[in-house]
Design a binder for this molecule. Structure first.
Ligand SMILES: NC(=O)c1ccc[n+]([C@@H]2O[C@H](COP(=O)([O-])OP(=O)(O)OC[C@H]3O[C@@H](n4cnc5c(N)ncnc54)[C@H](OP(=O)(O)O)[C@@H]3O)[C@@H](O)[C@H]2O)c1
Length: 412
């Protein structure tokens, strides 16, 4: 039987208002907000001013409110709101990936202890229903990898730079104006936002709790005209792709790196603010999910779906976590890597004979482990080098492109 939800909403910004609009257009599902907590009381609202409060305890201490929807942009306060709501036996829906990724263990324990549910579909790839798909559809399948494009703003920037000849800075400013990019763009272009999402998916897909600080993230900030030349001459594109893979030893490799991909790669035509998730299982093989990763309505629709699930007391079961715990993060496997930047800067890491001189700088192809990149990350950043994984189908076109410079680095 459907349960009566008495909702306290936190945040009435992009997603909060998006949720309200999606709800208003829902024919079958009706839910009322008892109270809405916001930060700035002076802002004009589209709803009755009486509904709003700036005091979070008005919602948290109200025993008639059994459901909290957390959609604010302040991670510290979001942590207090979510944990205090769970402790007061309220079910919670949140869209906050950083909060969830950084406190997974504690949030699981609070749910277990207080017999409540915390669901967070909107925190990962906005409108793509990936978490419940992993929890319900793939609950018994041994997955081998998850990758994709989890950050709409960096994908938007890369599309504008490669396909529309815009400058990186111009494309970033446009992404901010359109509301895709976070106020602090490093979270997007530095690969932090997709890392939080990867950490959440790792739990649902592989049953492992990763600490964000242990997962490598390199971003697209140091992309340059060299990569644009690669694209113009060989059609190879850069995408910022988080990736989790099950290694032959059963452990997990996880990282966020830009990736050089060829025209046959399933992510090649995922452009602008679109997100995609590729799930690969031993028996199901490869499945590709595409959708809008952000924005008021796609995200509001994911929140609405979570609210509606709470009417039936839905809980994530975390079957993979509770039943198969013997896996850990393993950064030792080697992957094929592409580095670019000023030739003399590349030489500081790789020595004089490794950097291939190309127009406007140098390139190095290497085969190193993720641990090696983590160990050299500070130096890579200080030298403003761009690093990307080379996907299989991109290697031959990349080597052909380098032949143009009559220097071929033989990568076995
Ligand atoms: N935007 C997206 O497309 C998207 C997609 C997926 C997930 N998310 C996540 O959804 C959450 C909300 O994002 P958003 O884009 O909707 O943010 P936003 O447009 O900046 O709105 C934030 C809202 O939170 C309120 N607020 C801020 N601090 C508060 C506090 N301490 N107590 C109570 N209310 C507070 C603000 O109040 P005022 O109105 O008074 O300023 C505002 O209504 C974030 O976790 C974000 O990462 C967003």
């Amino acid at each position: 039987m459907s349960k009566q939800l008495n909702i306290g909403l936190f945040g009435f910004g992009c997603v909060g208002q998006g949720l309200y609009e999606v709800l208003s257009n829902s024919v079958k599902f009706k839910a009322d907000f008892q109270k809405i907590c916001i930060k700035h009381p002076e802002k004009k609202r589209i709803l009755d001013q009486q509904l709003f409060t700036t005091n979070k305890w008005d919602i948290l201490n109200d025993p008639t409110i059994n459901t909290v929807i957390e959609l604010i942009d302040d991670p510290q306060d979001a942590y207090i709101i979510v944990t205090e709501a769970l402790k007061r036996n309220k079910n919670v829906v949140t869209a906050n990936k950083k909060l969830v990724a950084e406190h997974l263990e504690e949030l699981l324990e609070l749910q277990r202890k207080h017999h409540v549910s915390l669901i967070h579909e909107a925190a990962v790839c906005g409108g793509i229903p990936i978490i419940r798909t992993l929890e319900e559809y793939y609950d018994n399948e041994r997955l081998t990898s998850i990758t994709g494009i989890f950050n709409g703003s960096s994908n938007y920037i890369l599309t504008k730079v490669f396909k529309e000849n815009q400058s990186y800075q111009g494309a970033l400013e446009q992404a901010q104006k359109l509301g895709f990019a976070e106020t602090d763009p490093t979270l997007d272009v530095g690969g932090f936002d997709p890392k939080y999402k990867l950490v959440i998916l790792a739990l649902h897909a592989f049953g492992i709790i990763l600490k964000p600080k242990d997962v490598l993230n390199c971003g697209i900030q140091n992309i340059s005209s060299i990569e644009k030349n690669v694209y113009d001459d060989s059609s190879l594109q850069i995408k910022l792709t988080p990736s989790i893979q099950r290694l032959p030893n059963g452990h997990i490799q996880a990282f966020v790196l830009p990736q050089l991909i060829g025209t046959t790669h399933p992510l090649y035509n995922i452009n602008n603010e679109y997100n995609a998730v590729i799930v690969e299982g031993i028996f199901s093989n490869e499945q590709l999910f595409i959708g809008k990763g952000a924005g008021a309505h796609p995200t509001g629709s994911a929140v609405l779906s979570d609210i509606s699930a709470l009417c039936y007391d839905y809980k994530y079961e975390y079957k993979k976590y509770y039943h198969h715990q013997n896996i850990s993060l393993d950064n030792s496997a080697k992957i094929k890597l592409y580095f670019s930047g000023e030739k003399q800067n590349l030489e500081k890491i790789f020595g004089e004979d490794r950097a291939i001189e190309v127009e406007n700088g140098g390139v190095v192809l290497a085969e190193e482990s993720i641990q090696w990149v983590i160990d050299h990350q500070k130096q890579i950043e200080a030298l403003s080098l761009f690093v990307a994984q080379i996907h299989n189908e991109a290697l031959v076109p990349l080597q052909k492109w380098l032949k143009k410079y009559e220097l071929v680095y033989a990568l076995t």
